[in-house]
Design a binder for this molecule. Structure first.
Ligand code: CIR
Length: 254
């Protein structure tokens, strides 16, 4: 929740041909670049150092850097992304992580894991099993995290695409939850900010230092987060939403 650094990557023109399950239409590349630039500006407002990587046309979804790694203060875990077209995104990310980390673990095949399926809440991690993260990938990450003194729980997802599609941790024991996580026993101990069905997209928000960044157009969620005591920044995310992406997916924060 207190972060010094973020890594982001400009989307390439090939972005419009990336993976998606939504039927919101083809992204507008110019709007996309404007939205990405605003995202970076918001992070700078939060006081982090931004490592900004150039676009790679070979990987249409590679702006969603979150899926390539799981980062803590002391070590990095390079994932093994579950979508074939995205798997090699890690080859470009690893050298960048080496500039910040001496200790780097890897998720190994046949284990697969996307960073979007991993949520940290203080000393606890939650790992979703999804169409991208399999049981073996989740098991490997749990083992790594436990060996480093963290606790980890594995959650098979029912409806959400990635774990963090429906949940966010804001610190101070406050958890933003939607859909299948609202009544999930694993999140009983948290003070919950419940996101309603029509506002589900806004469950993917991020706390970065003094701010919570959330998508534009979800006033009910914004109000609840502000009532919980947080300052907010809202960002237009339409062109990312078209490719199943949210705010957390666009950066690695550490
Ligand atoms: C994909 O299907 O992989 C991308 N179009 C969206 C990835 C979103 N990432 C995330 O939720 N962490």
């Amino acid at each position: 929740i207190t972060f010094r650094n973020v890594i982001v990557k400009t989307p390439g023109k090939s972005y419009v041909n990336g993976l998606t399950t939504s039927d919101l239409g083809t992204p507008d590349y110019n709007q996309l670049l404007i939205q990405h630039a605003a995202y970076i500006e918001a992070l700078k407002t939060c006081g982090v150092e931004v490592t900004h990587l150039p676009a790679n046309e070979e990987y249409p979804d590679s702006t969603f850097v979150e899926d390539t790694a799981v980062l803590t203060k002391k070590f990095a875990v390079v994932t093994n992304p579950g979508a074939a077209s995205r798997n090699r995104e890690i080859v470009e990310m690893e050298p960048v992580l080496k500039e910040f980390y001496d200790k780097i673990y890897h998720i190994q095949s046949p284990g697969t894991l996307d960073g979007g399926d991993v949520l940290q809440a203080d000393h606890h991690f939650y790992i979703g099993i999804s169409t991208r993260t399999n049981a073996e990938g989740a098991r490997q990450l749990k083992e790594i995290l436990e060996s480093e003194g963290y606790q980890a729980k594995i959650i098979p997802l029912k409806e959400f695409f990635h774990l963090k599609t429906g949940i966010a941790y804001l610190g101070h024991n406050k958890m933003v939850v939607a859909g299948e996580f609202v009544d999930h026993p694993y999140f009983k101990q948290y003070e919950k900010i419940v996101v309603s069905k029509t506002n589900e997209y806004s469950a993917n928000c991020i706390r970065v230092n003094d701010y919570v960044i959330l998508p534009k157009g979800y006033e009910e969620t914004q109000r609840k987060i502000e009532e919980a005591g947080f300052k907010t920044i809202v960002l237009e995310m339409s062109e990312f939403q078209k490719q199943d992406g949210g705010l957390s997916c666009l950066s690695l924060r550490f």
